[in-house]
Design a binder for this molecule. Structure first.
Ligand SMILES: [Zn+2]
Length: 494
């Protein structure tokens, strides 16, 4: 019943543009034909869907603009736990994906690069925040290394966008945007500096988006919160996290206000999302590697909660010692890493990886480094971010349960009219978010079938009623003729 009401509501919204179905059919069926408001809604819905399906070109304006925003470490359920007024307002007038299944490992650099390439980590090459490439014998650290070598296994959307004629890209500190990937940076970008205020980043990005020759059609904006505070306090510290999220919500309000002030709000598609969630850690949930294996046997490339182990000599020996180290972590040889992680086929993935259970921290012998962390199994809801979007390309007031992080890329390419590079995403997963796409799910399909049956039944009933109401002149004429015949016959009888 709830679905039917939603369907009718949506149909009435279409009806505002399309007048009444009654007006379409009156010339055909005559003035005596009447249909109820509910039937009018059903017919309008069907007509609207047919037009939406076969109408062809997108309904939004000709110069697409897209602003992709990431608030680092914005766990999906923060949306339900905290009163985020500005964000809720944004969602009410746009779309929401409640959980985005991100890519393993659920770390910052890898996931940000998956959002803009549509690739799993093994395919785009940014497999961790700290990496070692055995073939090149080189190390990568997120805070120091800017050599394009690490990023060139993929092509992010800002490069593809800029390769189109008469288009520019802009970026305010999204990971990788200050690196010459494929020999290209966004036309406008900021060198990464965490101390640059949110307002300054917003002022820059809106100014660039407003430059028109050639126009900036794709822009990205990155902000370090609520990730930094999530690490410091842990997500269970609701007193501190509520203050942090209040500030994040204020910043979202500031962004919207700024876009409105420069006249970009109505014509710009804005996606607000994140790279991962956050799990609560505890000093009672420590896995100490030194208790199991001597440090001289391996190099620790990346730490927790997915530790990357490069054995020095005997891989099997190291593996066996680690395998029996803790019941709260999984130990995989590279070849054994589960398929669902899509995390195996890259030289930067180390021969042994350790995956801590949710909330557990892997150390060598240190005390607990932080109260909140991420990087865990991407099947865990605590690791999932959300996605909200607003603008001419998106529906209004639509909610979807889930998509994958890699699905965002083909959707962005569609909005911008770009040919996507080969990717791991599925465009159809995001169709329901887009205003010009045919979107149907099982409840809707059932609703449409019921609607069609109701229409057919009503039309059949109407035809029967109309037939019974107006008697056909033909039998009457025949009766008269028969009577005349009878009269004519009388003399013969007589
Ligand atoms: Zn992050």
């Amino acid at each position: 019943m709830k679905f039917i009401l939603r369907l009718l509501k949506r149909t009435w919204a279409r009806g505002g543009k399309m007048l009444s179905f009654y007006r379409f059919i009156r010339p055909v069926l005559g003035n005596d034909f009447e249909i109820s408001p509910i039937m009018n809604s059903i017919l309008l819905f069907l007509l609207g869907e047919i037009i939406a399906c076969y109408g062809g070109s997108p309904t939004y304006n000709s110069i697409p603009r897209l602003l992709l925003v990431s608030f680092d470490g914005f766990r999906a359920d923060y949306l339900k736990k905290y009163p985020l007024t500005h964000l809720q307002e944004f969602i009410n007038d746009g779309v929401l994906v409640e959980h985005v299944t991100n890519v393993f490992i659920t770390k910052t650099f890898p996931n940000h690069y998956s959002i803009v390439t549509g690739l799993y980590e093994e395919s785009h090459g940014i497999v961790a925040n700290e990496m070692f490439d055995a073939e090149k014998n080189r190390s990568f650290s997120q805070s120091t290394e800017t050599d394009p070598f690490w990023w060139n296994e993929a092509t992010p959307i800002w490069v593809t966008n800029q390769q189109q004629e008469n288009r520019r890209s802009a970026a305010a500190m999204w990971p990788g945007t200050d690196v010459k990937i494929q020999n290209v940076t966004p036309h406008y970008f900021m060198k990464y500096n965490h101390s640059v205020a949110f307002k300054e980043r917003v002022d820059n990005i809106t100014r660039w988006l407003n430059s028109s020759n050639p126009p900036v059609t794709f822009a990205t904006l990155y902000w370090e919160e609520p990730d930094a505070s999530g690490h410091r306090y842990g997500p269970k510290d609701t007193e501190n996290m509520s203050k942090v999220l209040e500030q994040v919500d204020y910043d979202i309000g500031l962004l919207v206000q700024k876009l409105k002030a420069v006249g970009l709000w109505e014509k710009t598609n804005v996606i607000i999302t994140s790279d991962h969630g956050m799990a609560q850690c505890s000093s009672k949930k420590l896995i100490k590697l030194d208790d199991c294996i001597d440090r001289g046997n391996y190099t620790l490339i990346d730490t927790s909660p997915v530790a990357a182990i490069l054995p020095k000599n005997n891989k099997t020996y190291v593996y066996n010692l680690l395998k029996n180290c803790s019941s709260s972590m999984k130990v995989y040889l590279k070849d054994e890493i589960p398929d669902r992680f899509h995390y195996r086929h890259n030289t930067r993935i180390q021969p042994i990886i350790l995956v801590a259970d949710e909330g557990w921290t892997i150390v060598q012998n240190e005390s607990l480094p932080k109260l909140g962390d991420h990087g865990y199994d991407n099947a865990l809801p605590s690791m999932h971010p959300f996605l909200a979007a607003h603008g001419p390309a998106f529906r209004k007031g639509y909610k979807l349960k889930t998509i994958n992080t890699v699905d965002i890329y083909p959707m962005m390419c569609y909005i911008l009219g770009l040919q996507p590079k080969p990717n791991n995403g599925t465009f159809s997963n995001t169709k329901c978010l887009l205003i010009d796409q045919w979107c149907i799910n099982l409840p809707e399909a059932i609703g449409i079938v019921i609607g069609v049956l109701l229409v057919l039944t009503t039309l059949t009933c109407l035809i029967i009623i109309m037939k019974n109401r107006v008697p056909s002149p033909r039998p009457f004429s025949r009766l008269q003729l028969q009577e005349e015949d009878d009269d004519d016959d009388d003399p013969l009888i007589g």
